[in-house]
Design a protein around this ligand. Structure first.
Ligand code: ATP
Length: 344
């Protein structure tokens, strides 16, 4: 378990002091995939570097498995750091060394017996699906393959914690998916705790168990991934998740008098068809389905549906009331119904 307790970090910039992390506290449970999201400059990297004390805090405490490591130095710090692997956006591989040598180097640095190195490297390369690349130099690998080598290297000494700083930000969609799959598998099989920074909300929704949102050095919200995406509380969280759950309103569509466009968000356990057919049957309105999609948030479905209602104003109000009692969220996107818009 990782506990950051009331962490503050200050930097000097152009002779002035600035607070990069302000009173940040969080707990990451053992075996969890914990994400930190937020805009550039929010303090995410700085906070994660506090976990392995690459960045010592000005104040606050860092506890790993209940042990306060904040003041650790020398051999004690090295012992704790051995439990933590780290990967970076730009991979940080040694360019003059082969894949094998890159990984072997991490093993040698921690006194792995010489006769075990080849076997261990082979095992690590299997874990990241790169068994055929042992003798290749980093320059001849794709970005995704480089990151997989970096993961193998970070896992060399059987860490309990893997820190990932924008580990997919330099990769295309396909390679990002591959890294997500590998990290999830490693997390599941080895119970490694993963702390992952990203500004990519799509990665967040697929990978994280819980999320902390950072802005201007502060943690503004922490929550379960599904909750963060479906009920974001802080303004910044709302704008971050809105991009992922956005649904295009057809731009050629102009509402006539007596029409209203609604966005329905429903948790995936309940299908929307029965709801729509019930509205058509029991209310005197016409229902058009304009757009619909299902997104998966951490494996759980979330449905979004755009519909158009046409009918008498009073009847449309009744339909709205009925639907809002049945679904997770109902928003009036635009309307030309007497009585104006209403957000349910
Ligand atoms: N070594 C340093 N010296 C001075 N200022 C720093 C240093 N490291 C970071 N900062 C400043 O601290 C603030 C937080 O930086 P940090 O890299 O932690 O943010 P971030 O959320 O990780 O952003 P990004 O996603 O762009 O990396 C920024 O204003 C940055 O300029």
């Amino acid at each position: 378990m990782i506990v950051l307790d009331n962490i503050n970090v200050n930097f000097k910039q152009k002779g002035r002091s600035m607070q990069a992390v302000k009173s940040a506290s969080l707990t990451v449970e053992k075996g969890e995939i914990f994400g930190i999201v937020g805009p550039s400059g929010a303090g995410k990297s700085t906070l994660v570097r506090v976990i392995n004390l690459l960045q010592p805090p000005a104040s606050g405490r860092v506890l790993i498995n209940g042990e306060d490591i904040t003041a650790f130095k020398g051999a004690a710090l090295r012992r704790v750091r051995l439990k933590m692997g780290m990967i970076f956006q730009h991979f940080n591989l040694i360019s003059g060394a082969t894949v094998f040598q890159n990984i072997a180097f991490a093993l040698k640095a921690n006194n792995c017996p010489e006769n075990q190195i080849a076997g261990r490297v082979k095992q690590l390369l299997e874990q990241v699906n790169l068994s055929d690349k042992a003798n290749v130099y980093p320059a001849n690998l794709s970005g995704g393959q480089k990151q997989r080598v970096a993961i193998a290297r970070a896992l060399a000494n059987d860490p309990e914690i893997l820190l990932c700083d924008e580990a997919t930000s330099a990769l295309d969609l396909e390679n990002t998916e591959e890294i997500i799959r590998i990290l999830r598998r490693i997390n599941r099989e080895k119970h490694i705790t993963v702390v992952f920074i990203t500004h990519e909300m799509d990665v967040a929704r697929k990978l994280f168990d819980r999320i902390a949102v950072m802005a201007e050095g502060e943690i503004v919200e922490i929550g379960d991934t599904y909750r963060i995406f479906t009920e974001p509380r802080h303004e910044l969280t709302q704008s971050l998740v809105a991009r992922v759950l956005n649904i295009e309103v057809p731009d050629h569509l102009e509402l006539k008098a007596g029409e209203e466009m609604l966005k329905i968000t429903y948790t995936g356990e309940r299908a929307y068809e029965p709801l729509i057919s019930k509205v058509s049957k029991d209310f005197d309105v016409l229902v058009d389905i304009l757009h619909g999609k299902i997104e998966y948030i951490h494996g759980q479905p979330l449905g979004i549906l755009l519909i158009k209602l046409s009918g008498e104003a009073a009847e449309i109000v009744r339909v709205r009331e009925y639907i809002s009692g049945q679904v997770f969220k109902l928003e009036v996107i635009s309307d030309r119904v007497e009585g104006g818009a209403h957000n349910g």
